[in-house]
Each structure stands twice: as structure tokens, then as C-alpha cells.
Ligand binder design. Structure first.
Ligand code: GLN
Length: 576
């Protein structure tokens, strides 16, 4: 056996191990997001506003904790162990949701809203949040480490990895969204747990392909007992569990700032929001100190530009994450979910076909990995065959099986996957003609797209009088425009982090990038409360009033996106 890293289809085999692990992690995270708002409002009978706030705080937590999970792995734990620990927490959290979701299926009565059920739900959300914090930043860092310093394949490796993220998100919207809604909430959540477990077992089996890139920096120190006979490693795990317990409480605590009066009058703020702000202030204090800690003027300039990009990304995610909040509610209440009315032949199949694709894809990857380079063409054949099976499943699910508002969130990831090759080809072409916009300009364009996408929904709401359901194609159009925005902003942002950051703090800056995704989630939850609708006790609501509320809020969000985008475009020449 040679010592060179084993490759498959021109990339280190470890890339595919990370791809599958992150795919199932995102499957769990986005499956939960696809169901959560409807689960909270329909079964735990949360109000709209409380549903949006919990959606925002849960996802905000999951994106804020990578700052800590990444730092711990960098300094002590190493990426591999952090991924395994995070994966375990995720599995337990998903099964917790599965258990309580099952108890709640079909019985929206007081018994299921009892304190215990809700507490198990909060604890599960905390487990998932902390699990993501340990897993997500570190699996991404491993991908970067699989490639030597100036390896030109790094970008395409990350592109493949980003497709894995969206493959997981797309499949989970369809499958978990479908099963949770039609078969039972618990089955949807539980399936995510089972598949995360598959992903974890796959990672444990595949870790041999990481070629030691994800090991702790000092394995010996990690094993040495430091406190009460416990090693640093076990102290970190214990700390992770304590943080989970703390977050279980944090998710439910609101602070009343009305005593401040003025613009804060009457506002309750979640503790997650307060914690995120404290983390943000800490980050800025560190950043201010770092700018004057002996770096060159050129490095300082680049770090400032990077920080501006990171801060601006929060507003983009605030608009983007409406897809899991107000877009779902709008879709559920006022839109049709049929692409071709009358064409749906299977209204209530026992299980959608995409379950098949869930089994076929990992099997295919395992089969392909078993092949050596000489037979790589057979590997390609297998992957092509899987792709065909998947597409058949997808077409079946989308056009034949009845969709619901939650499962339609798959549209976002679908467009990312479809647009990825377009954009990877576009940038080099624009470069050739010298018209490739700078990163700050791309961020401006991304915000404008996000605004315009919301504008499409505003128009859809305005042209309806509520007597008929609004066509789902408006939603398709809005998603398409929104994803143009994601493509010019999100991968560009990740790449800017690695390009513009002083190299010894790149892990921290990656955590900062995700921290501002957390702010985006929180902002999204707040935007959502603007569009809160209070249905009548029997679940009905005034359609005309609801249409007016949604079109107003979507209109406001449109101007926020377009306005901020134009300002960013104007500033771009100064920043570039
Ligand atoms: N959709 C990407 C992911 O899930 C990026 C999300 C974000 O940074 N807010 O990884």
C-alpha cells in the first residue's frame, strides 16, 4: 500500500466521508426546520409569534455555538473526535424529538401540550444545537485539510461539499417534511435521527480515509487527567453536556426589557438573543485588539473588509431564512401546493419513493469507495446510476405525491444544486473579460436578489383576493431569485473567509461567519413576528386580512433587501 492519500474521482476519499457526514447532519438540521414551525403552531398550539421566535432562537443557537466548537477542536479535541461527539448529541436530540413528536401525533389536546412534552422538546432542540456546534465547523475544516496548501482542487472540493449540504437539505425537506406531516411528526423526526446515526457509523468506518488530518493537536495532553481524575477530553464532553443543559433553559427564557421604555418598551427579548449579542460584542472587542496587535497595514485592511462582509451577511440570512418561517406559513395558509392541479395521482402513499434514494445513495458511495483508482470508471457508472434513481424519486415526489408547505422548502436546495455548475462556470468567464464583481459588490447583488425574491411573494399576495389559492409557481419563482442571491453570496463568503483572513485566526473567523448566520436567524425570527396572524379558535382566519398582512411585510422586507443591497454596491468600490 502506498502512503499517498487514496483518491476517488480525482478527490481524496476523505472528501466523500465528510460529504456524507455533513449531508446527514444537514438532513437532520433542515428536516427539523422544515417541520418545526408547523409542529409548534399546529400541535403545541404556539402562537405565530412564539413559533417564529423559537424557530429563530433554535437555529440561532445552532449557528452561534460553532464559534466555541471550532475553537475547542482547534486547541484540544481535534476535528475527528468533535465530529463524533457532535454526531452523538444530534442522534439523541433527534430521537428525543421523535419520541415526543410521536406522542403528539394527531392529538392536539391539552395532554400533549403538557409541561413534560414541551420540556423534552426544548431539551432535544438544545442537544441538536450543541451537536451542530461540535460537528459543523469541524467537518468543514477537515475538508480544507485534505488538500495540500496550494492544491487547485480545493475550491471544487468545497463545491462538491456544498452540494452535499444541499442534497441533505433537499432530501430532508421532501422526506421528513412529507412523513412528519402525513405519517406522524415523530416518524419524521425519528427518521432524521436514524439517518444521522447511519452518517455517524459511516464516519467512524470512513475515518481511516482522513489520513490523520483530523487528530488532536496533542493527543497525550488530551489523555492526561487534569481535574478530579478526568482527562481534558472527558472534561470537554462533560462541558458539552453541561452547556446542553444550560441551553435547554436558555431556549425558554425571555427577558422583559420594557423597563427601558422608548423603543424597547413592551419588548420581550429571548435569552438566546442576549447571549448571541454578548458573543458578538466579545468578538468585536477581540477584533479591535487584533487589528492593532502587530499585523501589517495590508492585513488590517483585508480583515476590515472581511468583517464588513460577515456583518452584512446577517441581513441576507435574515431575509433568506423567511423561507422556513413566513414563507411556510404563507404557503400553508394561502397557496396551493399542487404544481399541476389534478395531476397528483397518489394522495396518501404509505411512504414516498425518496426513502429509496436515501438507502441507495449511501450504498452507492460505499460501493464506489471500495473500488480502486484503476476501476474508477465503474465507480462513475455507479454514481451515474444512483443519480438517475434519485431523479426518478424526486420527480415522483414532487409531481405525483401531495406536497405540504414544509416539504416545499426543498425548492431552495434544489436550485442551489442546479445552479452550482452554472456559477462555477460563470466566475472564470467573467474573470476572463475582467468584469468579475468584487466580493463586496457580489454581497450587494445578493441582497438585492433576496429583496426581489420577497417582492415576488408580495406581488403574489397583492394580486389575490383570497377567493382561490395562490399558485405555487409564485413560490418557485421567488425561490429561484432568492437562490441566485445565495449563490453570489454564501460560497463567496466562505471563500472570502479563507482568502482575506490572517491565516492563524481563520478558524475563529469561520466561527464568526456562522455567528452572523445566527444573528440572521434571530433577525429572521423578529421579521417573522411582524407577520404574525392570529387564527380563530377553530383554526380558520380572515383571508383578506392575512393577505394584507403578508403583502405589507413582504413589501417591507423587499425594500430592506433592495435598499441595503444598493448601499452595499455604492460602498463596494471603497471596500474592494
Ligand atoms: N445553507 C448553508 C448551510 O446550511 C449555509 C447556511 C448559513 O451559513 N446560514 O451550511
Amino acid at each position: 500500500a502506498s502512503t499517498a492519500p487514496q483518491e476517488l474521482l480525482g478527490h481524496p476519499k476523505g472528501l466523500y466521508v465528510c460529504f456524507l457526514t455533513e449531508m446527514w447532519e444537514r438532513f437532520a438540521f433542515y428536516g427539523m426546520k422544515a417541520l418545526l414551525l408547523m409542529y409548534l403552531t399546529k400541535y403545541h398550539l404556539f402562537t405565530d409569534a412564539n413559533g417564529y421566535l423559537l424557530l429563530g432562537t433554535y437555529a440561532g443557537l445552532a449557528y452561534a455555538l460553532p464559534l466555541i466548537g471550532g475553537m475547542l477542536a482547534d486547541r484540544y479535541l481535534g476535528m475527528r473526535k468533535a465530529v463524533v461527539f457532535g454526531g452523538l448529541l444530534l442522534v439523541i436530540g433527534q430521537f428525543g424529538m421523535g419520541y415526543i413528536g410521536q406522542a403528539a401525533t394527531g392529538t392536539p389536546d391539552a395532554a400533549v401540550r403538557d409541561a413534560l412534552a414541551v420540556q423534552i422538546m426544548y431539551a432535544s432542540l438544545a442537544l441538536i444545537g450543541v451537536g451542530v456546534g461540535f460537528l459543523k465547523p469541524n467537518i468543514s475544516t477537515i475538508v480544507g485539510r485534505l488538500y495540500p496548501e496550494n492544491d487547485p482542487r480545493r475550491d471544487s472540493g468545497f463545491t462538491i461539499f456544498y452540494a452535499g449540504i444541499n442534497l441533505g437539505a433537499m432530501l430532508s425537506s421532501l422526506v421528513v417534511g412529507y412523513i412528519g406531516f402525513n405519517v406522524g411528526w415523530g416518524w419524521g423526526f425519528g427518521l432524521s435521527g436514524a439517518l444521522m446515526l447511519v452518517g455517524l457509523i459511516q464516519f467512524l468506518w470512513g475515518q481511516r480515509y482522513l489520513d490523520g488530518h483530523a487528530e488532536p493537536p496533542d493527543a497525550q495532553a488530551l489523555r492526561k487527567p487534569v481535574l478530579a481524575g478526568l482527562s481534558a477530553e472527558w472534561l470537554i464532553y462533560l462541558g458539552g453536556i453541561l452547556v446542553t443543559v444550560a441551553m435547554w433553559q436558555v431556549l425558554q427564557i425571555r427577558i422583559d426589557f420594557s423597563f427601558l421604555g422608548g423603543m424597547f418598551g413592551g419588548h420581550e427579548v429571548t435569552l438566546t438573543e442576549v447571549l448571541a449579542v454578548i458573543l458578538g460584542i466579545g468578538l468585536f472587542i477581540w477584533f479591535g485588539w487584533f487589528l492593532f496587535s502587530g499585523i501589517t497595514a495590508q492585513e488590517r485592511g483585508r480583515m476590515i473588509v472581511l468583517m464588513v462582509l460577515i456583518v452584512v451577511s446577517a441581513l441576507f440570512w435574515g431575509l433568506y431564512e423567511q423561507t422556513y418561517g413566513t414563507w411556510v406559513a404563507f404557503n400553508d395558509r394561502l397557496m396551493s401546493t399542487e404544481f399541476f392541479p389534478g395531476m397528483m395521482t397518489v394522495k396518501d402513499p404509505p411512504l414516498p419513493w425518496s426513502i429509496l434514494s436515501l438507502i441507495v445513495i449511501p450504498l452507492g458511495f460505499v460501493a464506489a469507495m471500495k473500488l480502486d483508482a484503476a476501476r474508477a470508471s465503474l465507480g462513475k457508472g455507479i454514481i451515474a446510476a444512483i443519480t438517475v434513481v434519485m431523479l426518478v424519486c424526486l420527480v415522483h415526489d414532487v409531481f405525483i405525491v401531495k406536497q405540504n408547505a414544509g416539504s416545499l422548502t426543498f425548492l431552495g436546495s434544489l436550485f442551489v444544486i442546479l445552479l452550482t455548475p452554472v456559477f462555477t462556470a460563470l466566475w472564470p468567464i467573467l474573470d476572463k473579460y475582467g468584469i468579475n464583481p468584487s466580493s463586496p459588490a457580489k454581497f450587494g447583488i445578493g441582497l438585492i436578489f433576496a429583496g426581489l425574491a420577497t417582492g415576488i411573494l408580495m406581488y403574489a399576495a397583492k394580486q389575490s383576493d383570497g377567493s382561490q389559492l395562490i399558485s405555487v409557481w409564485w413560490l418557485v419563482a421567488a425561490y429561484f431569485v432568492l437562490e441566485l442571491g445565495e449563490m453570489v453570496l454564501s460560497p463567496i463568503g466562505l471563500s472570502a473567509v479563507t482568502q482575506l483572513s490572517v491565516s492563524r485566526v481563520v478558524g475563529l473567523m469561520m466561527g464568526a461567519w456562522f455567528l452572523f448566520s445566527a444573528f440572521g436567524e434571530i433577525i429572521a425570527g423578529r421579521f417573522g413576528t411582524w407577520a404574525a396572524i392570529t387564527p380563530n379558535p377553530d383554526g380558520t382566519f380572515d383571508k383578506a386580512k392575512a393577505l394584507a398582512v403578508y403583502s405589507d411585510v413582504f413589501g417591507d422586507l423587499m425594500w430592506i433587501g433592495v435598499g441595503a443591497g444598493v448601499v452595499m454596491l455604492a460602498l463596494a468600490p471603497i471596500l474592494a
